[in-house]
Design a protein around this ligand. Structure first.
Ligand SMILES: C[S@@+](CC[C@H](N)C(=O)[O-])C[C@H]1O[C@@H](n2cnc3c(N)ncnc32)[C@H](O)[C@@H]1O
Length: 218
Protein backbone atom coordinates (compact mmCIF):
# COMPACT_ATOMS: atom_id res chain seq x y z
CA UNK A 1 0.00 0.00 0.00
CA UNK A 2 1.35 3.46 -0.90
CA UNK A 3 0.64 7.15 -0.34
CA UNK A 4 0.22 9.27 -3.53
CA UNK A 5 2.77 12.04 -4.28
CA UNK A 6 3.66 14.42 -7.15
CA UNK A 7 5.13 13.55 -10.58
CA UNK A 8 8.55 15.15 -10.73
CA UNK A 9 11.52 15.86 -13.01
CA UNK A 10 12.29 15.21 -16.67
CA UNK A 11 12.01 11.47 -16.11
CA UNK A 12 8.42 12.05 -14.84
CA UNK A 13 9.12 10.00 -11.75
CA UNK A 14 6.51 9.25 -9.13
CA UNK A 15 6.71 10.34 -5.49
CA UNK A 16 4.45 7.60 -4.14
CA UNK A 17 5.67 6.33 -0.71
CA UNK A 18 5.13 2.68 0.38
CA UNK A 19 3.51 2.42 3.84
CA UNK A 20 2.84 -1.33 3.74
CA UNK A 21 4.86 -4.04 1.93
CA UNK A 22 8.14 -3.87 0.00
CA UNK A 23 7.22 -4.79 -3.57
CA UNK A 24 5.95 -1.67 -5.39
CA UNK A 25 5.31 -3.45 -8.75
CA UNK A 26 1.65 -3.04 -9.77
CA UNK A 27 -0.25 -4.06 -12.91
CA UNK A 28 -3.25 -2.08 -14.20
CA UNK A 29 -5.55 -3.74 -16.72
CA UNK A 30 -7.05 -1.17 -19.10
CA UNK A 31 -8.89 -1.92 -22.38
CA UNK A 32 -7.31 -5.39 -22.48
CA UNK A 33 -3.78 -4.05 -21.98
CA UNK A 34 -1.68 -4.79 -18.87
CA UNK A 35 0.33 -1.79 -17.70
CA UNK A 36 2.88 -2.90 -15.10
CA UNK A 37 5.10 -0.35 -13.34
CA UNK A 38 6.90 0.47 -10.10
CA UNK A 39 4.45 2.59 -8.15
CA UNK A 40 7.18 4.52 -6.30
CA UNK A 41 9.29 5.23 -9.39
CA UNK A 42 7.10 5.67 -12.50
CA UNK A 43 4.03 7.80 -13.13
CA UNK A 44 0.71 6.60 -14.46
CA UNK A 45 -1.82 9.21 -15.54
CA UNK A 46 -5.30 7.70 -15.25
CA UNK A 47 -6.70 10.75 -17.05
CA UNK A 48 -5.00 9.74 -20.31
CA UNK A 49 -7.13 6.60 -20.64
CA UNK A 50 -9.04 7.79 -23.75
CA UNK A 51 -5.88 8.88 -25.51
CA UNK A 52 -4.23 5.51 -24.79
CA UNK A 53 -7.26 3.76 -26.27
CA UNK A 54 -7.38 6.13 -29.27
CA UNK A 55 -3.70 5.45 -30.08
CA UNK A 56 -4.46 1.73 -30.05
CA UNK A 57 -7.45 2.18 -32.37
CA UNK A 58 -6.25 4.59 -35.06
CA UNK A 59 -3.45 2.41 -36.37
CA UNK A 60 -3.54 1.66 -40.11
CA UNK A 61 -2.33 -1.72 -41.44
CA UNK A 62 1.50 -1.95 -41.51
CA UNK A 63 1.93 1.40 -39.79
CA UNK A 64 5.44 2.01 -38.43
CA UNK A 65 5.25 4.09 -35.24
CA UNK A 66 7.83 6.04 -33.28
CA UNK A 67 6.92 6.71 -29.63
CA UNK A 68 9.42 9.41 -28.63
CA UNK A 69 8.55 9.45 -24.88
CA UNK A 70 7.55 5.83 -24.30
CA UNK A 71 7.86 5.50 -20.52
CA UNK A 72 6.46 2.12 -19.40
CA UNK A 73 4.55 1.85 -22.73
CA UNK A 74 1.56 4.13 -22.19
CA UNK A 75 0.99 4.35 -25.97
CA UNK A 76 3.42 1.72 -27.30
CA UNK A 77 1.51 -1.14 -25.59
CA UNK A 78 -2.02 -0.34 -26.85
CA UNK A 79 -0.53 0.13 -30.33
CA UNK A 80 1.39 -3.17 -30.21
CA UNK A 81 -1.73 -4.85 -28.90
CA UNK A 82 -3.33 -3.88 -32.20
CA UNK A 83 -1.94 -6.47 -34.62
CA UNK A 84 -2.20 -4.01 -37.53
CA UNK A 85 0.88 -2.11 -36.37
CA UNK A 86 3.97 -3.41 -38.15
CA UNK A 87 6.64 -2.07 -35.76
CA UNK A 88 6.96 0.34 -32.85
CA UNK A 89 10.20 2.15 -31.96
CA UNK A 90 9.96 3.14 -28.30
CA UNK A 91 12.40 5.82 -27.16
CA UNK A 92 13.10 6.28 -23.44
CA UNK A 93 15.98 7.49 -21.24
CA UNK A 94 14.77 6.31 -17.81
CA UNK A 95 16.22 2.80 -17.17
CA UNK A 96 13.47 1.99 -14.63
CA UNK A 97 10.74 2.81 -17.17
CA UNK A 98 12.62 0.77 -19.80
CA UNK A 99 12.76 -2.36 -17.66
CA UNK A 100 9.02 -1.96 -16.96
CA UNK A 101 8.38 -1.63 -20.72
CA UNK A 102 10.38 -4.81 -21.42
CA UNK A 103 8.39 -6.66 -18.75
CA UNK A 104 5.10 -5.29 -20.15
CA UNK A 105 5.89 -6.59 -23.63
CA UNK A 106 6.26 -10.02 -22.06
CA UNK A 107 3.16 -9.93 -19.82
CA UNK A 108 1.04 -8.77 -22.81
CA UNK A 109 2.39 -11.64 -24.96
CA UNK A 110 3.58 -9.15 -27.57
CA UNK A 111 6.00 -10.51 -30.17
CA UNK A 112 9.17 -8.63 -29.16
CA UNK A 113 10.29 -8.61 -32.81
CA UNK A 114 7.59 -5.95 -33.39
CA UNK A 115 9.11 -3.51 -30.89
CA UNK A 116 12.53 -1.85 -30.67
CA UNK A 117 13.35 -0.13 -27.38
CA UNK A 118 15.91 2.63 -27.88
CA UNK A 119 17.57 3.79 -24.68
CA UNK A 120 18.94 7.34 -24.33
CA UNK A 121 18.14 10.96 -25.10
CA UNK A 122 15.87 10.91 -28.18
CA UNK A 123 17.44 14.17 -29.38
CA UNK A 124 20.59 12.08 -29.98
CA UNK A 125 19.34 8.51 -30.51
CA UNK A 126 17.00 9.53 -33.34
CA UNK A 127 20.09 10.33 -35.42
CA UNK A 128 20.43 6.58 -35.93
CA UNK A 129 16.90 6.13 -37.27
CA UNK A 130 15.87 8.42 -40.11
CA UNK A 131 12.93 8.34 -42.53
CA UNK A 132 11.07 5.34 -41.06
CA UNK A 133 7.89 6.45 -39.34
CA UNK A 134 4.32 6.78 -40.61
CA UNK A 135 3.36 8.18 -37.22
CA UNK A 136 5.29 9.85 -34.37
CA UNK A 137 3.92 10.30 -30.83
CA UNK A 138 5.28 13.26 -28.83
CA UNK A 139 3.69 12.36 -25.46
CA UNK A 140 5.53 14.68 -23.06
CA UNK A 141 4.10 17.37 -20.76
CA UNK A 142 4.05 20.28 -20.08
CA UNK A 143 5.56 20.65 -23.60
CA UNK A 144 6.85 18.23 -26.24
CA UNK A 145 8.12 20.88 -28.67
CA UNK A 146 11.75 19.93 -28.03
CA UNK A 147 10.79 16.68 -29.71
CA UNK A 148 9.74 18.30 -33.01
CA UNK A 149 13.18 18.09 -34.66
CA UNK A 150 13.71 14.45 -33.57
CA UNK A 151 10.17 13.71 -34.83
CA UNK A 152 10.81 15.20 -38.28
CA UNK A 153 14.11 13.31 -38.41
CA UNK A 154 12.42 9.91 -38.05
CA UNK A 155 9.29 10.75 -40.09
CA UNK A 156 9.10 9.15 -43.55
CA UNK A 157 10.57 11.37 -46.32
CA UNK A 158 7.18 11.84 -48.01
CA UNK A 159 5.38 12.65 -44.76
CA UNK A 160 3.15 11.15 -42.09
CA UNK A 161 1.34 12.06 -38.87
CA UNK A 162 2.62 13.75 -35.70
CA UNK A 163 0.62 13.43 -32.47
CA UNK A 164 1.87 16.44 -30.49
CA UNK A 165 1.00 16.76 -26.79
CA UNK A 166 0.96 20.06 -24.92
CA UNK A 167 -1.02 22.48 -22.74
CA UNK A 168 -3.52 25.00 -24.05
CA UNK A 169 -5.44 27.73 -22.20
CA UNK A 170 -8.92 26.36 -21.51
CA UNK A 171 -10.52 29.38 -23.17
CA UNK A 172 -8.16 29.68 -26.11
CA UNK A 173 -6.48 26.65 -27.65
CA UNK A 174 -5.61 28.56 -30.85
CA UNK A 175 -2.55 30.24 -29.29
CA UNK A 176 -0.92 26.90 -28.60
CA UNK A 177 -1.90 25.47 -32.01
CA UNK A 178 -0.45 28.42 -33.91
CA UNK A 179 2.66 28.30 -31.73
CA UNK A 180 3.22 24.66 -32.78
CA UNK A 181 2.50 25.40 -36.46
CA UNK A 182 4.91 28.31 -36.43
CA UNK A 183 7.69 25.94 -35.36
CA UNK A 184 7.12 23.93 -38.56
CA UNK A 185 7.10 26.82 -41.03
CA UNK A 186 10.75 26.45 -42.13
CA UNK A 187 10.71 22.67 -42.21
CA UNK A 188 10.38 20.48 -45.36
CA UNK A 189 6.78 19.57 -44.72
CA UNK A 190 3.44 21.27 -45.20
CA UNK A 191 0.42 20.68 -42.96
CA UNK A 192 -2.29 18.95 -44.98
CA UNK A 193 -4.78 18.44 -42.23
CA UNK A 194 -5.02 18.76 -38.49
CA UNK A 195 -7.14 17.46 -35.67
CA UNK A 196 -7.20 18.83 -32.09
CA UNK A 197 -8.28 16.75 -29.09
CA UNK A 198 -8.66 17.65 -25.42
CA UNK A 199 -7.25 14.74 -23.35
CA UNK A 200 -8.03 16.10 -19.89
CA UNK A 201 -8.07 19.17 -17.72
CA UNK A 202 -4.45 19.59 -16.53
CA UNK A 203 -4.69 22.45 -13.99
CA UNK A 204 -7.02 25.42 -13.41
CA UNK A 205 -7.40 27.20 -16.81
CA UNK A 206 -5.08 24.76 -18.64
CA UNK A 207 -5.99 21.63 -20.62
CA UNK A 208 -3.88 18.71 -21.85
CA UNK A 209 -4.27 18.71 -25.64
CA UNK A 210 -3.10 16.55 -28.57
CA UNK A 211 -2.67 18.05 -32.03
CA UNK A 212 -2.64 15.51 -34.88
CA UNK A 213 -0.75 17.05 -37.79
CA UNK A 214 -0.91 15.27 -41.16
CA UNK A 215 2.31 16.35 -42.90
CA UNK A 216 3.32 16.04 -46.55
CA UNK A 217 6.72 16.89 -48.05
CA UNK A 218 6.68 20.36 -49.66
C1 LIG B 1 6.07 9.89 -18.39
S1 LIG B 1 6.07 9.76 -20.00
C2 LIG B 1 4.76 10.65 -20.50
C3 LIG B 1 3.53 10.12 -20.06
C4 LIG B 1 2.72 9.56 -21.11
N1 LIG B 1 2.71 10.34 -22.29
C5 LIG B 1 1.30 9.39 -20.61
O1 LIG B 1 0.45 9.61 -21.38
O2 LIG B 1 1.06 9.00 -19.52
C6 LIG B 1 7.42 10.77 -20.52
C7 LIG B 1 8.63 9.91 -20.61
O3 LIG B 1 9.56 10.53 -21.49
C8 LIG B 1 10.87 10.30 -21.00
N2 LIG B 1 11.70 11.34 -21.60
C9 LIG B 1 11.64 12.68 -21.36
N3 LIG B 1 12.54 13.34 -22.16
C10 LIG B 1 13.18 12.37 -22.91
C11 LIG B 1 14.20 12.41 -23.93
N4 LIG B 1 14.74 13.57 -24.33
N5 LIG B 1 14.59 11.24 -24.47
C12 LIG B 1 14.03 10.05 -24.08
N6 LIG B 1 13.06 9.94 -23.11
C13 LIG B 1 12.64 11.09 -22.55
C14 LIG B 1 10.73 10.38 -19.49
O4 LIG B 1 11.75 9.64 -18.85
C15 LIG B 1 9.34 9.73 -19.27
O5 LIG B 1 9.42 8.33 -19.00
Amino acid sequence: MGIKGEIRGRKRESDVRMVLGEDDWVVRLENGVKFGYNLTKCMFSAGNINERRRMGEIIIKNDIIVDLYAGIGYYSLPILNNQMAKHVYSFEWNPIAISALRRNIEINDIDEARCSIIEGDNRITTNELKDIADRVILGLLPSSLEGLKPALRVLKYDGGILHIHGLGRSLNYEDWVSDVEEKLVNENYKINRKNLIKVKSYSPHWDHLVLDLFLERK
